[in-house]
Design a protein around this ligand. Structure first.
Ligand SMILES: *[C@@H]1O[C@H](CO)[C@@H](O)[C@H](O)[C@H]1NC(C)=O
Ligand SMILES: *[C@@H]1O[C@H](CO)[C@@H](O)[C@H](O)[C@H]1NC(C)=O
Ligand SMILES: *[C@@H]1O[C@H](CO)[C@@H](O)[C@H](O)[C@H]1NC(C)=O
Ligand SMILES: *[C@@H]1O[C@H](CO)[C@@H](O)[C@H](O)[C@H]1NC(C)=O
Ligand SMILES: *[C@@H]1O[C@H](CO)[C@@H](O)[C@H](O)[C@H]1NC(C)=O
Length: 341
């Protein structure tokens, strides 16, 4: 008797043999999309990573990094070119992506793409996610991105972008997430956040952003807010609030953020709070102990003073409170002994 796994293997082999024969009748890939993808492959010098892109197979089912709309159109709606080996040199992002008009998701990287973002992508009228991450991309954030008004998620993280964040991004009124972390962006954060009613993620960490945090940033009901490792200064108290659904606030290592922490109210959803390496003053408010989901706190290297509220020592050790003006109480030495540190 034949073992069932052997039968399975035979069926599988048969399917492999028959698939190319039946491809012509069940072909889903739109000819225009296939043509555009093959042009992209050519523009990238036929990299080994795209060896599955063969005219004998259906681009919707067998081409790596490609997917199609499963509804009526069967048009290519997602292309994410990850880990593309480029020989012998880095190559620009292929402008030919604009010939895939049904794209809703376009991703480049990680990969050694170089040069600017191709301006031809403004022709992608359905694009909602643009992610160009961990590439050699340099230059400024192009103004033409503001013409892709369908965008909901924009990530240009871990590139080598410089210059200021363009205020024209305010035209992207459907934006829900903006990730520009780990570039060389400088200048102030533009006061554009009233433009994004559905904003939930802001990652601007590890740039050279400077100046004051814009007031409009206080009006957004943001879930994740990362502004750490920049050169921001002054007030950041507007970012907090007990009526917001914020899970993470990281303002660490800006050196010059300064506000009275004692006057701040916290989201009851807060899980991570990192304010280390700033000039934040006042005391640590008791209300912080009422935040039940809090798992990580770092208030070190600030100008805080007074007794650490009881309960915080179960979340964070002494290093989270170290190097302040005059904090005391567990996990630091008790307040009565503070003059004898
Ligand atoms: C990018 O270039 C670097 C240095 O030449 C190389 O180590 C890396 O593997 C390349 N990345 C890809 C995805 O080809
Ligand atoms: C990043 O861009 C700067 C100029 O803005 C340049 O000096 C530097 O070499 C670039 N770094 C990489 C890794 O391309
Ligand atoms: C915000 O989200 C709501 C609910 O998902 C949606 O109805 C509305 O159109 C969105 N607004 C914008 C400007 O995207
Ligand atoms: C923030 O969003 C949550 C859920 O999306 C909502 O319950 C809450 O009322 C919002 N808060 C503000 C201040 O808009
Ligand atoms: C807070 O942020 C600083 C600077 O980025 C980092 O060094 C530190 O590890 C963070 N603290 C915690 C508890 O993650």
């Amino acid at each position: 008797m034949m073992h069932s796994s052997t039968i399975f293997q035979i069926c599988f082999l048969l399917q492999l043999v028959l698939t190319p024969l039946s491809a012509s009748t069940t072909q889903r890939c739109h000819p225009e999309d296939q043509k555009a993808l093959l042009q992209i492959k050519k523009d990238l010098n036929n990299p080994a990573a795209l060896s599955s892109w063969q005219t004998t197979t259906d681009c919707c089912r067998h081409w790596k990094w490609v997917s199609c709309d499963r509804g009526k159109t069967h048009r290519v709606n997602s292309l994410s070119l990850e880990n593309i080996d480029m020989n012998p040199h880095p190559l620009p992002m292929p402008a030919s992506v604009s010939a895939l008009p049904y794209l809703t998701i376009l991703g480049f990287g990680p990969g050694n793409f170089t040069g600017p973002i191709p301006s031809s992508i403004v022709n992608l009228k359905s694009l909602h996610t643009l992610q160009i991450t961990s590439t050699l991309l340099s230059g400024t954030i192009p103004e033409f991105l503001s013409q892709i008004t369908t965008l909901t998620d924009l990530s240009l993280s871990f590139n080598n972008l410089s210059g200021e964040i363009p205020a024209s991004l305010s035209r992207l009124s459907h934006l829900q997430s903006l990730d520009l972390q780990s570039n060389s962006l400088s200048g102030p954060i533009p006061d554009i956040f009233d433009s994004f009613p559905n904003f939930t993620f802001v990652y601007l960490s590890s740039n050279q952003l400077s100046g004051k945090i814009p007031k409009s940033m206080g009006n957004i009901n943001v879930t994740y807010l990362y502004l750490d490792n920049n050169k921001l200064e002054g007030d950041a108290s507007m970012l907090f609030g007990s009526k917001k659904d914020t899970w993470t606030i990281n303002l660490a290592n800006n050196k010059k953020l300064a506000f009275d922490l004692g006057k701040v109210e916290f989201s009851y959803e807060l899980q991570i709070l990192n304010l280390s390496h700033n000039e934040i003053y006042g005391n640590i408010p008791e209300v912080l102990t009422a935040v039940r989901d809090l798992v990580s706190v770092d208030l070190s290297y600030n100008n805080l003073c007074g007794k650490i509220p009881t309960g915080l020592s179960s979340i964070a050790g002494a290093s989270a409170f170290a190097h302040n003006k005059c904090l005391c109480g567990s996990p630091l030495p008790s307040c009565s002994r503070r003059r004898s540190f």
